[in-house]
Design a protein around this ligand. Structure first.
Ligand code: PMP
Length: 284
């Protein structure tokens, strides 16, 4: 089945779908995005994704391209036209199409593009053995809480990680000396005292939807959660480490740079959270 994209009011085969060259997302990265999981015929955590989209749009003063209710219908229809029961749905909203000028255009409607792809849950090998991450300097702008399409620093970090044989880059804020998050995921450790640690919310990280779900489930399960940043050194000495995102679920991390984490295998807290998250997805 040909992949179908929604672009500004029309459903088109992906190879024919296009935006104009004066699209501000293309010219200035002047837009935001969301990625939502569709699991066994239903969206998971859609309310949280819509709330974050609203915060990202507000943060950049971009108008909703349509009502939230209409957007939900477009998402469902795009998935339906692609004939998928499991999908990752990408939503991009930009400040629209207008003659090039840094200033906000007057009267240009926001652009909306929706595409879908097949999800790829972590494989059995990744769940059993974990993945490697490598540290990279966090050179991003100061509003990482906005899910902006401006991903250049993330792209460079992820490419550097790949070239060093790692699955993800863990970004280090060199002023604060702490790990903020991954290039496209949130970062966690279980420290020497058994506490689940992750960088607190704020402008330095994207508040992951998976992060919010995982922390709620961890607390409800009696795991001590400490939203406190950790250094790269603390990460290397941690009992356990893992990362989360909508597209990579909960993925164990067993190597950071040249250091093996814990006993080199995913730990019990990580395995418990994988189980809880999988149950959550089924229940959604
Ligand atoms: N941080 C960054 C920088 C990301 O790009 C992502 C993935 N969009 C995340 C964290 C995880 O967010 P979520 O759990 O909502 O996918």
């Amino acid at each position: 089945m040909a992949r179908i994209a929604y672009v500004n009011g029309r459903y088109r085969p992906i190879d024919e779908a296009a935006v104009g060259v004066e699209e501000r997302g293309f010219q200035f990265s002047d837009g935001v995005y969301e990625v939502v999981k569709f699991v066994k015929g239903a969206f998971s955590d859609l309310d949280r994704h819509m709330a974050r989209l609203g915060r990202s749009l507000d943060g950049l003063r971009i108008a909703w391209p349509m009502t939230e209710k209409a957007l939900r219908l477009v998402l469902a229809e795009t998935v339906r036209r692609n004939g998928l029961r499991d999908a990752l749905v990408y939503i991009q909203v930009s400040r629209g199409v207008a003659p090039r000028n840094h200033l906000f255009p007057k009267g240009a409607p926001s652009s909306l593009v929706v595409t879908v792809r097949r999800p790829k849950a972590p494989g059995a090998d990744e769940i059993e053995n974990g993945v490697a991450v490598c540290s990279q300097p966090d050179i991003r702008w100061g509003r990482c809480d906005i899910k902006s399409v401006s991903l250049l620093a993330n792209v460079l970090a992820r490419q550097a990680a790949q070239e060093q044989g790692a699955r993800e880059a863990w970004l280090v804020d060199e002023h604060e000396g702490v790990v903020t998050e991954g290039s496209s995921s949130n970062a966690y450790i279980v420290d020497r005292e058994g506490r689940l640690r992750t960088h607190p919310l704020g402008e330095a990280i994207l508040g992951g939807v998976t992060r919010s779900v995982i922390l709620e489930m961890a607390r409800a399960d009696g795991i001590t959660v400490d939203e406190r940043a950790f250094t790269l050194e603390e990460a290397k000495q941690a009992r356990e480490a893992f990362l989360t995102s909508t597209s990579s679920f909960v993925t164990p991390v067993t190597r950071i740079d040249d250091h093996s984490i814990g006993n080199g295998h995913p730990g019990s807290v990580t395995r418990r959270l994988i189980e809880l998250y999988n149950n959550h997805l089924v229940a959604c």
